[in-house]
Design a protein around this ligand. Structure first.
Ligand code: A2H
Length: 252
């Protein structure tokens, strides 16, 4: 537990209609999966979004008739950060299990892919962020490992009702790190011999390397800030997303 509050950028991934049976009472309203990230500058490389199949999520009515899907724990915090309709309160429209949020068609802000899907990730903590993680496999070792597992293991796909079309995505080069390369997460995954999303120790090591070097040495390869240092682009891209109402700031 840190003493200083952690700032996250929450990214709004819109669920494309028609909604599945489990969300049918939300028809007609704009509904979003809300994902917490420390790396808003990587959103160009989103290939999917991750949900914990055994997690319990809620759908909450927000301002402008928008509906946010996230953990109840994060919604309580949002209420105290004046992000809900009534400060300190929230309005739950429905509760839904993560397994019923898999395979949704999503529109992810800035992604080069027009449609991405919600997929299972087993290492998500429901006690951090919103319990939803947007996936950038080129720059996040965890995201790459979970996507590889689904691509390599038909039984895992079957278990969660994931079709091949939902995982047929290639990682996008977003950031160059001079001492590692482009798509640093994939390079580190291979160099460290990571085999699955359950290789937690190696994944922590890969994350540490990619994260520190990405911020201090990285250069943007895409978007309107291509050529800029990550350390500069980060806040500008965050502001761009917030101004377009595709993201907002949240603390915990
Ligand atoms: B990051 P910290 Cl490209 N459970 O976003 C597990 N992981 C979670 C989570 C949860 N409940 N909520 C958020 N996260 C992930 C992008 C990214 C991230 C990249 C590279 C590294 C990276 C795309 N996924 O994080 O525990 C989210 O993934 C490496 C640290 O607060 C979020 O940022 O330090 C990060 O972990 C927050 O982790």
């Amino acid at each position: 537990e840190g003493i200083k509050p952690q700032e996250y950028t929450l990214i709004k991934l819109r669920i494309q209609e028609p909604y599945p049976e489990s969300l049918s009472i939300l028809s007609g309203k704009p509904v979003f999966l809300v994902a917490a990230t420390l790396r808003p500058e990587t959103m160009y490389g989103q290939t999917n979004c991750y949900i914990l199949p055994t997690g319990t999520y809620g759908a909450y009515l927000m301002r402008n008739n928008e509906v946010f899907i996230c953990s109840e724990r994060s919604m309580s915090s949002m209420a105290y950060q004046d992000l809900t309709i009534t400060n300190g309160k929230f309005d739950k429209l429905l509760e839904v299990q993560g397994q019923n949020l898999l395979g949704l068609k999503l529109s992810a802000p800035l992604s080069k892919y027009e449609t991405v899907y919600s997929l299972p990730m087993l290492s998500i903590s429901m006690n951090k962020g919103t319990g939803i993680v947007t996936s950038v496999p080129g720059d996040s070792p965890d995201d790459y490992a979970a996507l590889c597992d689904l691509q390599k293991k038909p039984q895992l796909r079957e278990k969660y009702g994931i079709s091949e079309e939902m995982i047929n995505y290639e990682a996008v080069p977003i950031i160059n790190i001079p001492s590692i390369g482009d798509k640093s997460a994939i390079i580190l995954y291979e160099q460290l011999g990571i085999k699955s999303q359950n290789d937690r120790e190696l994944l922590e090591k890969a994350k540490d390397l990619a994260y520190t070097k990405g911020f201090s040495e990285g250069t943007m390869l895409v978007g309107h800030l291509a050529g800029q240092k990550v350390s500069i682009a980060k806040n500008l891209i965050k502001k761009y997303l917030i101004d377009k109402n595709q993201a907002f700031i949240y603390y915990e």
